[in-house]
Design a protein around this ligand. Structure first.
Ligand code: GLA
Length: 758
């Protein structure tokens, strides 16, 4: 990887084997974007890519050069009020009421490695040789505001990470009204925009649309990244599919309000902006202060959607997630929520845990209801001390009992919330987000604590440390069960209220940072009513998240498939629950529930005591299977093969790093009688390797399986009774392929310093 500066044309070329990113300083000192795409050879002069055309009716920067209009130039970080009429990357309201800015290039710095972003989650390097970073410094002479644009190119994969930092070097405070993390101007709009959207229990479904002139955007104004839209976008060429074709992935490492927008102009060029939602953001920048935007990650590939996803997976697994659990396969857990809801005693929990232990479960998670007066969701949030009526020995008591059984113990918290009926609220009624004299709306009967205030975060931290420091807690599920409505802080003055949404998220990150540093071996799982804050920002602190409250196996196919476009399998909490399912009321076979959940951070969400002996035998086999193959399932290379959004069948697979083992998940929602012949063309295998299919006992070379395909036709023609063979609705199979011999070692672009422990 290299970052080259050509002084003669003031051109910057960032490249590695996969991509080139080229920009240039214009004669007015602004930065033009020249190229982002497949690697091209370096040369002195790329200015031909500028395409300055003398178009009629344009406002020009220089009287003597009519063609030089920012309206028609692709830029790196455009401003308002020059000759550009598209949406800007930055908006700054100045003392005199002006919003006009003119950032001009001053100098740059190229360094090995990648600096951290203070207070914000970001990708990182373990070794300086893994990346190079370019910092471009620009200045607006009138206000004295300095803009630093940071670009990191990684050695492996088509990855460019970007962010911006604004520093007020002038003598008057200003107000940032918009400070996007990236702007990417592309020369044409021949893309399909692919977003991940939905709602509670239907998160991250895939939606596609062709771009046309005008603006398309997704975002959140809810205070969390949201169930509705994920901070991710793929721009793919119309002919791109999972196996081939150009695609640009854009992912924002942020958990709060965001906006990702595409604007196609009159000449078919495309501007993409990604960053903090400007509508709900207004930040006072006093003299001498700086503002750092969140990081946005760009991924380019011409190898199709699977390659894009695999690049995100590797980066987020290895260089965004951190700590003890980053490289470790995840414990098989049992969570009591759907087993008991609020209706439990310590004895009942121990009974559930004992059975779980007998089946091979490794971690028992006590969900909501263990604290304060939490008998229902009307009370208790904020009082993080054990309810002694339910748990006579407190958390340390139950944790020890669970550990004595041979299981690890995990605990649920919802740190950012408070119920009116709680001691915490009674002591600090002004610590919720609410505006004086106005009604504070509730969500799930609770208020949102004002995490923009340090004293509030400190108070919750103190309670959590008390619990985690005095009991054997190995896992924390951190929930967040409502959106922010009346976003007003009683701790900040009037001219800082526009900062509260962002300061809230900084408070969340601060608490996460403190707790993960204090308890480095605790596994954190993020959650927000399922997948309402399933974003890269939280992956930095919590290497896994609860993917969705919807545990129905059929529904989960779409949710997990959609989620996989950006997020690794190891990050997706996936549990087997009872039937009829509590969300969809559907009856799916036990093996199908597991076959879906295997491709995730696997667990159970039920009382195993209620299963039949036959089912318990099956559960034991499932857990043994997961333990045997979880390294491949959670950390292997993941491929999507068949989309649940396009038909009745879904398929995906995971291949081990050495390509000696592959697991193929094949799912059919509705059965058909005398159905069609079906095959799956597999991916990622070694063509020369002979694989044994453990399901059929047959052997096939990798090339056969990839090019001729794995035959998945139902050999009963769909007419054999369900209890004797695989012929019913909601059917599924896992094909395990094991290499018969050979050495197929591949190099890892992000090697781990510590060896992986299972
Ligand atoms: C949220 C979570 C669930 C569960 C409940 C507890 O809905 O998504 O998994 O923890 O809260 O109240």
């Amino acid at each position: 990887m290299q970052i080259v500066y050509h002084e003669s044309n003031k051109t910057f070329h960032l490249y590695n084997d996969a991509v080139s990113y080229i920009m240039m300083v214009l004669k007015n000192g602004h930065l033009a974007q020249l190229y982002f795409g497949k690697r091209i050879r370096d040369r002195e002069d790329f200015s031909c890519f500028l395409e300055i055309i003398d178009r009629p009716m344009t406002a020009c920067v220089y009287e003597e050069e009519k063609a030089f209009s920012l309206e028609h130039i692709r830029q790196e970080y455009p401003v308002f009020g020059t000759t550009d009429f598209r949406h800007p990357a930055v908006g700054i309201l100045q003392e005199n009421g002006s919003r006009i800015m003119d950032f001009q290039y001053k100098f740059h710095k190229i360094q090995n490695g990648k600096p951290g972003l203070f207070g914000l989650p970001a990708t990182y390097v373990e070794d300086e040789g893994e990346a190079k970073t370019l910092t471009l410094t620009l200045e607006d002479a009138v206000t004295g505001i300095c803009l630093e644009l940071l670009y990191t190119i990684f050695a492996g994969g088509g990855i460019v990470a970007r962010s911006a930092r604004l520093t007020n070097g002038g003598s008057c405070p200003v107000r940032l009204e918009r400070a996007m993390s990236l702007c990417l101007d592309l020369p044409d709009h021949d893309y399909v925009w692919m977003q991940l959207s939905g709602c509670w229990a239907r998160e991250r479904h895939v939606y596609n649309r062709r771009l046309e002139p005008g603006v398309v955007s997704i975002g959140s104004m809810r205070g969390h990244s949201s169930h509705e839209h994920n901070p991710f976008l793929a721009l793919k060429r119309p002919c791109t599919d999972e196996r081939q074709g150009e695609v640009i992935g854009i992912s924002l490492i942020y958990s709060g309000n965001f906006q990702i927008q595409a604007e196609v102009d009159a000449h078919d060029t495309l501007r993409v902006l990604a960053g903090i939602d400007p509508e709900t953001f207004s930040w006072k920048l006093d003299c001498g202060e700086s503002f750092q935007t969140p990081e946005a990650v760009l991924v380019y590939t011409d190898q199709g959607l699977n390659a894009m996803s695999q690049t995100f997976h590797r980066l987020y697994q290895k260089r965004l997630a951190r700590g003890y659990w980053r490289d470790r396969t995840r414990p098989v857990l049992l969570n009591n929520w759907e087993a008991t809801y609020f209706d439990f005693t310590e004895e009942r929990l121990v009974e559930i845990a004992r059975k779980a232990m007998e089946c091979g479960v490794e971690l028992f998670v006590l969900d909501d209801g263990w604290f304060g007066k939490r008998d229902s969701d009307y009370a208790g949030l904020g009082d993080w001390t054990a309810n002694r009526e339910r748990l006579p020995g407190g958390i340390s008591g139950i944790a020890s009992r669970i550990e004595e059984l041979g299981l690890k113990f995990g605990l649920w918290f919802e740190p950012e919330m408070v119920n009116e009926d709680s001691d915490f609220y009674r002591s600090h009624p002004d610590w919720i987000l609410s505006a004086p004299g106005r009604r504070a709306s509730r969500g799930r009967h609770q208020y949102v604590l004002d995490f923009s205030r340090k004293e509030v975060v400190d108070a919750i931290y103190a309670q959590m440390v008390e619990i985690l420091g005095n009991a054997k807690v190995s896992y924390v599920k951190w929930d967040m069960n409502r959106s922010i409505t009346e976003c007003f802080s009683n701790g900040w003055p009037a001219d800082r209220q526009g900062e509260v949404f962002h300061r809230y998220i900084l408070g969340v990150y601060d608490l996460y940072e403190r707790l993960t540093s204090e308890f480095p071996q605790v596994l954190f799982e993020s959650c927000a009513s399922g997948g309402g804050r399933f974003d890269p920002g939280l992956l930095y602190y919590a290497p896994q998240g609860w993917t969705s409250d919807d545990t129905d196996a059929v529904e989960r196919l779409k949710i997990q498939y959609g989620t996989s476009f950006c997020y690794p399998v190891s990050s997706m909490g996936a549990h087997v629950s009872v039937v009829p399912n509590h969300q969809a009321f559907r009856n799916t076979p036990l093996h199908t529930r597991a076959n879906v959940a295997f491709f995730g951070a696997f667990g159970y969400e039920l009382d195993l005591n209620k299963l039949t002996d036959e089912e318990i035998r099956e559960v034991k086999e499932q857990i043994a299977f997961m333990k045997k193959y979880r390294e491949v399932l959670q950390f292997g290379t993941f491929y999507r093969l068949k989309s649940p959004f396009e038909g009745n069948e879904t398929a995906w697979m995971a291949v081990s790093g050495d390509r000696k083992t592959a697991l193929v998940g094949f799912y059919r929602v509705l059965n058909s009688v005398n159905g069609p012949y079906t095959r799956l063309r597999l991916m990622g295998l070694d063509p020369d390797c002979l694989y044994r299919n453990l399901l059929s006992g047959t052997c096939h070379y990798g090339d056969e399986l990839m090019y001729a395909g794995l035959i998945t036709s139902d050999d009963t023609a769909g007419q054999t009774p369900a209890d004797t063979l695989h012929s019913t609705d909601f059917e599924s199979r896992i094909y395990v392929l094991e290499a018969e011999g050979g050495d197929w070692g591949l190099s890892d672009p992000f090697p781990s310093k510590s060896s992986r422990v299972n």
